[in-house]
Design a binder for this molecule. Structure first.
Ligand code: AMP
Length: 168
């Protein structure tokens, strides 16, 4: 859980927050655990990484029902849908409905129980897809070097056939 221990205003309206011992820069009025949203001009730094959620990404639009997706599972916190460009027979993406850029952003800001709950749901979705016995792979791309395309945290579930060793 993010706890703002002290807040002091710093150059041009940005605030300087201390979150769990980490010094974090964030826009005025935004706590480190909050999504800065479209009004954000700056970025939130968590553990030295610059992270800013961008609502123009396609998964946000799927969550807003502005873009359609073939749903595999949905509950209050989570949505799973089929990848539009599958790399194997069963390729499903699982996303939290809360707004996180990537895995790192998610585990840095979400409550531990929400992190645990999310990964339990990933396992549940894999089971609902019938992959439990045959096995499957989960992948989460994080940032530039991983070639993450969509900056809303997601986990790929890959399965339904023997997977290539290099598939990632
Ligand atoms: P990543 O490289 O981990 O960010 O993967 C993003 C994934 O999202 C890719 O596998 C895309 O094929 C998939 N994707 C992009 N747009 C859509 C969409 N509208 N519906 C379903 N999957 C999508």
């Amino acid at each position: 859980m993010s706890i703002v221990i002290s807040v002091a205003y710093f150059k041009k309206g940005n605030c300087h927050c201390v979150d769990r011992g980490q010094h974090i820069w964030c826009p005025p009025g935004i706590r480190p655990h909050e999504d800065p949203g479209p009004r954000s001009l700056g970025s939130v730094h968590v553990y030295g990484v610059s992270i800013m959620y961008n609502r123009s990404n396609v998964f946000y639009k799927i969550l807003q029902n502005e873009v359609s997706a073939k749903k595999a599972y949905e509950d209050d916190q989570t949505l799973a849908f089929y990848d539009v460009n599958p790399v194997c027979r069963v390729h499903v993406l699982v996303i939290p409905k809360a707004l996180y850029v990537d895995f790192h952003d998610f585990v840095s800001k979400a409550l531990p129980e929400d992190v645990g709950s999310f990964f339990s749901t990933v396992a549940k979705v894999a089971m609902l897809l019938g992959l439990e016995e045959s096995g499957y792979r989960i992948i989460s791309n994080i940032g530039k070097d991983s070639r993450q395309e969509v900056p809303h945290f997601h986990v790929h579930i890959l399965g339904g056939e023997p997977l290539r060793a290099s598939l990632a």
